[in-house]
Design a protein around this ligand. Structure first.
Ligand code: FES
Length: 90
């Protein structure tokens, strides 16, 4: 992740991921971005089914596909892969 390049985080909100907590994942990601003053820097989007249903909550950082087994798991990965590196750059 370079300094000027903005990052997009996309969370699948298709029905399978929705049942597994995708909406909560988006809410938690959003809270974290706000808390760390990154809401203008990281774009957070929802998407239709990513065709990886059944594996957990599916999401991606730019083009990198990720699957989290729970909301907490997603939050942990988000902190590691988005929040920490972004804070390190400031
Ligand atoms: S509903 Fe999320 S991958 Fe299909």
């Amino acid at each position: 992740m370079s300094k000027d390049q903005s990052t997009t985080v996309t969370v699948c909100v298709g029905s399978s991921c929705h049942i597994k907590g995708a909406r909560n994942v988006i809410m938690r990601f959003n809270e974290l971005l706000k808390k760390h003053g990154l809401d203008g820097k990281i774009e957070l989007k929802g998407s239709f089914c990513m065709e990886r249903c059944g594996e957990g909550v599916n999401w991606q950082i730019d083009e990198k596909p990720l699957t989290s087994s729970s909301v907490e798991d997603a939050v942990k990965s988000f902190e590691e892969m988005i929040i920490k590196p972004a804070k390190g750059q400031m």
